[in-house]
Design a protein around this ligand. Structure first.
Ligand SMILES: [Zn+2]
Length: 214
């Protein structure tokens, strides 16, 4: 398992660098995890409060299914680790990635009253696993933000049940969660969803300024 953990930690560092460069993990925001072992569940995950732009593999820690720290590390697991274990268990995901981008933050607020964002008609949707046509309609649920992680994990679990085909969800004024069967697929899903949210956000902005010009 040590080898598997080290491989996941290296992969997480590489994904973090790329996402940080895109502005999706500024400061110490966001967290990234990958399954090291399924039974019992073991996750490699970024530790709490670490700068994602300068992440090293020593800052990736090992946790169990209740998000308890299993290896020696001076810090603690992120409070949001519970959401990662919840998604890994319920979706059978091999990796769970959480970003705090400008556009996912804006759209998570703009569409909060609708309970989600509908994304349809875009070619880029085909980058989501199982999607074969741009005519696909993706529903990205939005849940309210909370600092009560066990309660938020329960809400997330309910949302995952209600939307079995969703590839991700948003937390209001907070960020995006997406996952995949492995780190590569989860990374692809984040890139696709971030692209689509930004495209929609920019389109709204352009339409609005055209309306204002009359
Ligand atoms: Zn967060």
């Amino acid at each position: 398992m040590v080898e598997q953990f080290e491989e996941m930690a290296t992969g997480i560092v590489s994904v973090a660098r790329g996402f940080y460069a895109r502005g999706w993990l500024l400061g110490t925001s966001g967290n990234l995890s990958a399954v090291v072992q399924r039974e019992p569940l073991r996750l490699a995950i970024t530790a709490s409060g670490v700068d994602k732009g300068e992440l090293s593999s020593e800052q990736v820690i090992l946790i169990d299914e209740d998000a308890r720290l299993l290896n020696e590390y001076p810090g603690k697991p992120s409070d949001e680790s519970l959401l990662h274990t919840c998604i890994a268990k319920q979706r059978g995901a091999g990796a769970v990635l959480h970003t705090h981008s400008i556009w996912n933050t804006i759209l998570s607020d703009l569409y909060a009253n609708d309970g989600g964002v509908r994304i349809e008609g875009y070619e880029m949707l085909k980058g989501l696993a199982g999607v074969r046509t741009h005519e696909h309609s993706e529903w990205l649920p939005i849940v309210d933000n909370s600092q009560d992680m066990p309660a938020l994990a329960e809400t997330v679990s309910k949302i995952l049940n209600e939307h079995p085909s969703a590839h991700g969800f948003l937390i209001r004024r907070h960020g995006l969660y997406a996952w995949g069967e492995n780190l590569a697929q989860a990374k692809r899903h984040v890139e696709i969803l971030e692209f689509l949210l930004e495209a929609m956000g920019r389109a709204i902005e352009i339409k609005q300024s055209e309306l204002n010009r009359g």
